[in-house]
Design a binder for this molecule. Structure first.
Ligand SMILES: C[S@@+](CC[C@H](N)C(=O)[O-])C[C@H]1O[C@@H](n2cnc3c(N)ncnc32)[C@H](O)[C@@H]1O
Length: 316
């Protein structure tokens, strides 16, 4: 069961118009989508996307002429959304059913094949990547995406171990990491950071967000809302910087400028970042690290060349 995080806040952020068209870029098990549909009138439309084939299956159970679903990555948003829409929601990361299904290989709590792909129909699994990557690459991924102090030791342990036996199971990797990590953070499994890093890498999660944001803005009608819920600081930083850059465009150094040459804000930030209440965290611990950021599209022209290049901006 997936309990949608910050559901009331995200819905309020979208300021839904009954006859508007909305996008749920991360359908999951449809918690947010169903809530959006409940607020739409007969003329309203909801377009949902998810890269996970199981989400696609769940979407088939929604028989509603106002609803359509695309099994796509949200970096392919423009393919699914040809015209302008009044609001878009992205609830990033993995869903509870993905985490909880041992067969998906996201969790170190159960022994399972080391897969970790959100889209089980495409791309290399975590096991395949670990079999082929250079030690240096493994170290950088674990260091950057896991913010792991012992990345060097873990990468060395992985490379040493794969010399005698391929690393293909979640427990096998978790045990290896536990031996390489010298100090454990209280209440955290030593494999937590490494698993997060591999998941982000295998699914190109940060690139996906960087590619999606400019497409989302270019499809928003003036007054349309963009709401993004992120679950770790790396993706939240991308969202924050993107929204801030478009809300406060840099004034070119060459002065004086005519009024018509002044860059206009393409987004207006709406409120402060929203975090879940103590009450929500108690009833849904997965909400703990969630942050919702909201922005509204202005009428100013948007030049997608302002976009954040994949791989460029999350490093500092
Ligand atoms: C946190 S869950 C969303 C849960 C959903 N809001 C609900 O109420 O059920 C995130 C979902 O986004 C999907 N997802 C993550 N990254 C994606 C991407 N780049 N493109 C498409 N879907 C993605 C995952 O497969 C997962 O189903």
């Amino acid at each position: 069961m997936h309990i949608p995080v910050l559901a009331a806040e995200a819905l309020a952020a979208l300021a839904i118009r009954a006859d508007g068209t909305y996008v749920d870029g991360t359908f999951g098990r449809g918690g947010h989508s169903r809530a959006i549909l409940a607020q739409l009138g007969p003329q309203g439309r909801l377009v949902a996307l998810d890269r996970d084939p199981q989400a696609a299956e769940e979407a088939r159970t929604i028989r509603d002429p106002r609803f359509s679903f695309f099994h796509l990555r949200f970096s392919q948003l423009s393919q699914a959304v040809p015209g302008e829409v009044q609001g878009m929601l992205f609830d990033l990361g993995v869903s509870s059913p993905q985490l909880d299904d041992p067969a998906r290989g996201f969790s170190f709590r159960a022994d399972a094949p080391l897969d970790m792909r959100m889209d089980t129909t495409a791309g290399a699994t975590a096991a395949q990547w670990l079999a082929e990557a250079q030690e240096e690459e493994i170290r950088e991924v674990i260091r950057e995406y896991g913010e792991e102090r012992f990345a060097k030791q873990i990468a060395a342990a992985i490379v040493a171990a794969r010399g005698s036996q391929p690393i293909v199971r979640t427990r096998q990797l978790a045990d290896l990491v536990a031996k390489a990590v010298r100090t454990r953070e209280p209440g955290q499994d030593p494999a937590t950071r490494t698993f997060q890093a591999l998941r982000i890498h295998v699914n190109r999660e940060l690139e996906e967000v960087s590619l999606m944001l400019p497409q989302a803005v270019s499809r928003l009608a003036a007054g349309g809302r963009l709401a993004v819920i992120s679950f770790h600081s790396l993706e939240d930083r991308i969202v924050k910087r993107f929204m801030q850059a478009l809300a406060r465009p840099e004034v070119p150094r060459r002065l004086p400028l005519r009024a018509s040459e002044m860059p206009q804000p393409v987004l207006k930030l709406v409120g402060r970042p929203v975090r879940p209440s103590e009450h929500e965290i108690r009833s849904n611990p997965r909400a703990r690290s969630a942050t919702l950021r909201v922005a509204e599209r202005t009428a100013a022209a948007f030049n997608p060349d302002n976009r954040i290049e994949p791989g460029a901006r999350w490093r500092n």
